[in-house]
Ligand binder design. Structure first.
Ligand SMILES: [Zn+2]
Ligand SMILES: [Zn+2]
Length: 142
């Protein structure tokens, strides 16, 4: 279990006066403890081991909450969620996804790459969030 993530979450909720309900905390712990990104139904299944009969909306709301506050990220191409392994509250995400073992590595380059920044600027587009996913082979699988 990722206690550092849990500590950060507790501190964050206290400071921002968010209610840290049991489903919220459990959902974050489940995602944080998983080495692989998890799909929503997998999170729900795990949650059912901790809480009696959790309703799907409870799990989805908890996922949305952590997503909104950047404790977790959505890996679009896998339709899955992973705990943030970089600094929280960055706007962009950059993931490397191994096709062989399914590992997802979060890059710590948290700014929009210069080339993309220039491209968006050229068309006067104001970027807010960005998400870059690269599939390939990780060093363990090469
Ligand atoms: Zn992150
Ligand atoms: Zn791999």
């Amino acid at each position: 279990m990722n206690t550092l993530l849990e500590k950060k979450a507790i501190k964050f909720c206290e400071e921002n006066k968010h209610r840290l309900s049991l489903p919220r905390l459990e959902v974050l712990k489940i995602i944080g403890a998983s080495k692989k990104p998890m799909k929503a139904y997998e999170i729900l299944e795990k949650l059912a081991e901790k809480i009696a009969n959790p309703k799907p909306p409870t799990a989805y709301r908890a996922i949305d909450f952590w997503l909104k506050h950047n404790f977790i990220h959505r890996i679009e191409s896998l339709n899955s969620y992973a705990a943030c392994s970089a600094e929280h509250f960055h706007n962009g995400s950059h993931f490397m996804i191994c096709d062989d073992c399914g590992d997802v590595i979060e890059s710590h380059s948290l700014e929009v790459p210069e080339l993309l920044r220039r491209n968006t600027k050229e068309v006067s587009f104001v970027p807010k969030k960005w998400n870059l996913e690269i599939t390939g082979t990780c060093k363990k699988c090469i």
